[in-house]
Write a protein that binds this ligand. Structure first.
Ligand code: ADP
Length: 165
């Protein structure tokens, strides 16, 4: 039984994340998507909303579960009995920081391996930050997120700035 975790903030989940989730779920027996609660950056969506959106998007994938976590990724992996941490690599800019995280995690627990999946080319420049930025100017983000997530983003920005539409 090979179980992996896929940790991140998923604020909100994008089609790039979903591509990694589908592909990772295809090579492991069980994938637990871990949504990080505590972050220095203030998230747009609450932890409950981020988990809910991920559950909606991953509902058709039988071997994918979604959970929230706080603290060290390695500890979350251990709590799930997982020996693999999945991360997505986009452009080279991800590389340095991801190497640092992976090396540090391996020092913390040498039994847990980080597995990198390269992003689908069409998602190479996609990030939750870009999606939020575009949506904040009223741009259509339906090419970057699922229709359910796009609707939630619209609601969120309508609630934040009702006067600006
Ligand atoms: P974090 O803040 O921990 O980087 P994110 O939610 O931004 O959390 O990303 C979670 C993981 O998904 C990271 O490994 C990140 O590199 C990867 N990722 C983010 N966007 C994409 C994308 N468009 N394609 C592939 N992987 C991605």
């Amino acid at each position: 039984m090979i179980r992996a975790i896929y940790p991140g903030s998923f604020d909100p989940v994008t089609l790039g994340h979903l591509d990694i989730i589908r592909r990772a779920a295809g090579v492991v027996d069980e994938l637990v998507v871990g949504v990080l609660i505590n972050r220095s950056k203030r998230p747009l969506f609450t932890i409950e909303e981020r988990v809910e959106m991920l559950r909606e998007c991953t509902a058709p994938l039988a071997n994918v579960r979604v959970a929230s976590f706080d603290g060290l990724t390695v500890e979350f992996a251990r709590s799930q009995d997982a020996r693999i941490i999945v991360r997505g690599l986009r452009a080279v800019t991800d590389f340095e920081v991801e190497m640092q995280i992976a090396q540090t995690n391996r020092i913390v627990d040498p039994n847990i391996e980080t597995m990198f999946l390269t992003t689908g080319l069409q998602y190479a420049y996609l990030s939750s930050t870009i999606v939020k930025e575009m949506a904040s100017y009223g741009a259509d983000v339906s090419k970057f997120v699922t229709p359910e997530v796009a609707a939630r983003i619209r609601q969120k920005f309508a609630a934040i700035a009702p006067a600006n539409g």
